[in-house]
Design a protein around this ligand. Structure first.
Ligand code: PRX
Length: 653
């Protein structure tokens, strides 16, 4: 990146203004005062053992631990020898606290069906499902894969696995048979859970058909449990396929939680690396709960009567972090919504927020941009005054989207928390504490409780504030990745050898002069133009400033002279204005970054390829531009139709 261009980015960050949250809210937060929270933060960094000890003591244990923190990267442990159970801390503990009849889970189907579970009811269902799994011979250390959307049964199955110490994952229900089979063959589950069919935009998708093709060649699977949801005709294979309801009807509602040591594996979550096969990220179940309990408590400022809606899909770790573990370990009410957020109408999100008086909400930057595109009119009829805290994670949040949520949805009265995390970090070590730390539109907040991160150059030397570098962890947190399933060498190589002594995130970040950290992009997505490093995010941010642009994705395309050149994809509000907008985009990029970042092409497209959680899959745009076709696995693509449309636009057809 040229000095001029770098200065431009840093100026943008430097000029970003701190927004102080409403002081009147502070006294009712969990910390009670800003000083108290700052002291807690300081203590969490200065005396991590004491801090994590206090956190863990807020939860229940069957047997105390002997050492709070043991070892260093990559061989670290927390709460060594301590015995507890993740599901016990999410269910039984709340019942013991008197929440037996409090709503734990609200489920809303895309077709407006609803189900409500109190903590007692949820525990009862979870115990029954534990006995079902036990009936198939499953015990601690065995494995289950769940191929379901956001159903109540999905939550029950996940909690049952936690209770039994059975290793599990949820595989995104939009994955094809091939993608599913690849993951199952790697994980080797004994039991598999799916549904007959699932609702998506009013249609029933034959999920079991996909599942059957996948599991046919997965020899580890002894039983496939089928939730009745779509009501579509299916074939059941005798001796392998069982209806969920039949098994549950006969099952006992008592099951003792398994005794699980704090470092034993619990979840094995598949995430796609930028290259190669999907990797199975191994997390300790107990550490996942302990760490996300305290993070959710302060990220969202959780209180007893909160109603939280996490809009993510259970196929992604985000829903586990916030919607299951963060919510239930804090004893609040969590909402699971099954379907598309714009079905049957573009105001479905607002309907749900109003109907359940949601006060804590997680949404994605992309979903926000979608809501922006639908327009303010859709929002106007709804009373969303219950909203208090809105959180984000997963991708850069452009200031325009930040401001829209803050001003239009929240009427300037809410706390916005853009958090940063990865599947590997399990939760969000960069974030704000709701109502306690100042906000900055677009920043990822501060290094959070117990998290010790740094921004370093390629040799591991810390960089000064306002300098772009690699985001690394200097010290572990309990829920940080413990291994890659069946690939310990890849675990060590990928995360711990880039900058020895640290965990390497592969994210480029800047710490500003107020101590806020800005995650700019993956370091593996940097474009090198004439030897100058330019963050694609930086160009995207500039593009997003052009009025009428709804979303943008920038990729690098090889150039004979310059090595690389950016190519810009945008969706725009008014398609009749395309030519004018393209010119404005070019001018804006030159204005914001310099001629060096001038794109080779700007394509206006009706939509961009996305993951089901709404992230733009720039990889496919890159392949279409560079190779003229898609060469990598498209199974994680939510809207495969977009490929042909974009391909035609690129070729000018
Ligand atoms: O590049 C960072 C980006 O998303 C990546 C992690 O994605 P995933 O493993 O799917 O995890 C999602 C959350 C559990 C990171 O390496 N990312 C995440 N949050 C932000 C972000 N980029 C910018 N701003 C964020 N707030």
């Amino acid at each position: 990146m040229s000095i001029e261009a770098k200065n431009e980015t840093l100026n943008m960050i430097k000029e970003s203004k701190i927004i102080f949250p409403n002081k009147d809210k502070v006294k009712n937060t969990n910390a009670g005062s800003i000083d108290a929270f700052n002291n807690l933060l300081k203590r969490s960094w200065d005396e991590p053992e004491k801090f994590w000890e206090d956190v863990a003591n807020e939860l229940s244990w069957f047997h105390p631990w002997s050492k709070t923190i043991e070892g260093e990267f990559p061989n670290f442990k927390f709460f060594t020898g301590g015995i507890t159970n993740p599901a016990f801390n999410m269910l039984d503990r709340n019942i013991e606290k008197g929440y037996a009849n409090k709503l734990a889970l609200i489920w809303e189907g895309e077709n407006y069906e609803t189900k409500f579970y109190t903590y007692k009811m949820l525990l009862c269902e979870v115990n029954k499902f534990c006995n079902v799994l036990k009936g198939f011979g499953l015990k601690k250390g065995d494995r289950v894969s769940i191929y379901l959307p956001n159903l109540a049964e999905t939550v029950i199955a996940v909690l049952a696995c936690y209770r039994m110490g059975v290793l599990f994952n949820t595989v995104f229900s939009g994955f094809s048979a091939n993608a599913l089979r690849e993951r199952l063959n790697h994980f080797e589950p004994q039991v598999f859970i799916t549904a007959d069919g699932i609702y998506r935009r009013g249609k029933v998708i034959a999920l079991k058909e996909q599942a059957d093709i996948a599991i046919e060649k997965v020899s580890s699977i002894k039983a496939s449990i089928v939730v009745k949801r779509g009501g579509n005709p299916i074939s059941m294979k005798s001796g392998r396929d069982y209806w969920w309801d039949d098994l549950m009807r006969k099952s006992e509602a008592e099951f003792q939680p398994e005794l699980i040591e704090a470092n034993e594996p619990g979840l094995v979550f598949y995430t796609s690396g930028t290259t190669g096969k999907p990797k199975g990220v191994v997390h300790s179940g107990n550490a996942f709960v302990i760490n996300n309990y305290i993070y959710a408590k302060y990220h969202l400022d959780l209180h007893q009567d909160d109603v939280f809606w996490c809009m993510a899909d259970i196929g992604w770790l985000t829903m586990h972090i916030w919607g299951i573990v963060g919510a239930l370990s804090n004893g609040i009410t969590t909402i699971f919504y099954e379907g598309a957020i714009d079905y049957p109408e573009q105001d479905r999100v607002y309907q749900i927020l109003e109907k359940y008086r949601v006060n804590k909400w997680w949404t994605s930057p992309t979903a926000t941009r979608m809501l922006m595109k639908f327009g303010e009119e859709k929002l106007k009829p709804y009373d969303l005054s219950s909203l208090d805290v809105v959180a984000f994670v997963g991708e850069p949040l452009n200031p325009e989207a930040w401001k829209w949520v803050y001003e239009k949805i929240g009427k300037g009265k809410i706390y916005l928390n853009n958090t940063y995390g990865q599947t590997e970090t399990a939760g969000c070590p960069l974030a704000g504490a709701a109502w306690l730390t100042p906000m900055k539109p677009g920043s990822c907040g501060i290094q959070f409780l117990g998290a010790q991160l740094d921004i370093v150059d390629d040799f591991g030397n810390p960089v000064e504030p306002m300098t772009v570098g690699n985001l690394v962890f200097k010290k572990p947190i309990p829920m940080l990745i413990r291994d890659l399933w069946k690939d310990h060498e890849r675990y060590l190589d990928t995360y711990f050898y880039k900058v020895p002594g640290t965990y390497f995130t592969y994210d480029a970040a800047v710490r500003d002069n107020d101590g806020h950290i800005w995650v700019l992009s993956r370091t593996d997505d940097v474009i090198n133009v004439s030897g100058h490093r330019i963050s694609t995010m930086e160009i995207e941010s500039a593009v997003m400033e052009v009025e009428g642009v709804v979303e943008s994705a920038v990729i690098g395309s090889p150039d004979e002279v310059k090595g690389m050149m950016p190519v810009v994809f945008v969706t725009v509000r008014d398609e009749n204005n395309e030519e004018e907008i393209i010119n404005k985009i070019k001018l804006k990029i030159v204005e914001k970054i310099g001629k060096i970042a001038l794109p080779k092409d700007v394509f206006c497209v009706p939509t961009t390829p996305k993951t089901p959680s709404g992230k733009i899959m720039r990889r496919f745009l890159r392949e279409l531009v560079i190779k003229g076709k898609i060469v990598s696995d498209t199974t994680s693509l939510e809207n495969p139709d977009s490929i042909e449309i974009i391909s035609k636009i690129i070729s000018g057809i």
